[in-house]
Design a protein around this ligand. Structure first.
Ligand code: MN
Length: 337
């Protein structure tokens, strides 16, 4: 090996130590999609926009010291991430999916056809392929501003159509509809403006003719068996997240001797505990132990709130909020077994 080359490789491995995300190759050349999307749009979209998400994601991940997290993990807990991690993790994931499901109808491109399982699932959820097309186009057309339209496998293994703003997606804990997307349509203007200008509808018709249903079928099969689907179902418990947010704001301050947050928020914490106890427990977590622990959590929060109303001393507050914290971790322990 030439010395110059080995120094270069050493340099590359040094700057890329730790995880870094890279821009995936397109399956075909930029001009191969011409029938639906012009070459210039494909080129800018891939080499500038997607590349930008990758670059900014690597920067944001390193700034947040999240290099050891997978892309899925970065998205799963989007509500806890910085704006930049959330936007760019979504941007990278969403575009990677988009390139995979597009195929031109040129020689040798051999777009795959839909398999029986996916066809059956589509007919079950939407009645027909044509209805799915209408629902997806509708979701994409109605998405205000920038965003995506999705075909999603939900945790109960059904197919639904949804849409999300910006670079969010259904894997994220901020999404109304949760699940694994198997088909995504980019409705940012950068995806179609050069040829279609403001005519998003024309772009959507063109996209439909570029979809590779063989790839989507494979993605459907993979999503059904993806452990992420069970994880999403377990974590799809907004009431426990809401409780955790208030507890985090109050408990850690109290540990450091600052009781102002808990004195101000004990009513809110108690209210969140009541909502949590009344809420549906995610199916995989449903068991009597969790239910009993949630009742105990509510009682402890009630007592804590009573102490604060009576203007009790910091020492007794500390004891009670620690008890709340212990029961909360017991609940979480029961959930993560
Ligand atoms: Mn895009």
């Amino acid at each position: 090996m030439k010395p110059f080359l080995s120094i270069f490789i050493l340099f590359i491995s040094f700057i890329s130590s730790g995880q870094s995300f890279t821009l995936p190759e397109l399956r075909f050349s930029y001009d191969a999609y011409e029938q639906g999307i012009d070459a210039k749009t494909m080129e800018i979209h891939h080499s500038k926009h997607h590349q930008g998400y990758v670059r900014k994601l690597n920067k944001a991940v390193s700034e947040s010291k999240l290099e050891n997290k997978s892309l899925e993990d970065l998205m799963m807990y989007a509500s806890y991430r910085t704006r930049s991690v959330r936007n760019n993790a979504g941007g990278h994931y969403n575009h990677t999916l988009f390139w995979e499901i597009l195929t031109p109808t040129i020689e040798n491109s051999s777009p795959g056809i839909i398999n029986n399982n996916l066809e059956r699932a589509i007919n079950k959820s939407f009645g027909s392929m044509e209805n799915l097309r209408k629902e997806l186009s509708n979701a994409a057309a109605k998405r205000f501003g920038s965003g995506w339209a999705w075909l999603v496998v939900t945790p109960n293994k059904e197919l639904v159509v949804s849409s999300s703003p910006n670079q969010d997606n259904p894997i994220m804990d901020v999404s109304d509809v949760r699940g694994i997307p198997i088909l995504g349509i980019d409705v940012w203007e950068h995806a179609y403006y050069l040829r279609y200008q403001n005519k998003r509808g024309d772009y959507l018709s063109a996209i439909w003719s570029l979809l590779d249903w063989g790839v989507v079928s494979k993605k459907y099969a993979a999503a059904l068996n993806n452990p992420l689907l069970v994880k999403i179902e377990k974590e799809n418990w907004p009431e426990i997240n809401a409780f955790h947010k208030v507890l985090a704001q109050t408990f850690h301050a109290a540990e450091k001797g600052d009781f102002k947050p808990i004195r101000a928020l004990s009513g809110s914490l108690y209210a969140k505990a009541i909502l949590l106890q009344d809420a549906d427990i995610p199916k995989p977590l449903m068991n009597p132990e969790v239910s009993l622990a949630l009742i105990r959590l509510e009682k402890k929060c009630f007592s804590l709130n009573k102490l604060i109303v009576k203007n009790a001393k910091d020492k007794s507050l500390m004891k009670m909020i620690s008890a709340v914290h212990d029961v909360f971790h017991e609940v979480q322990g029961l959930c993560h077994d």
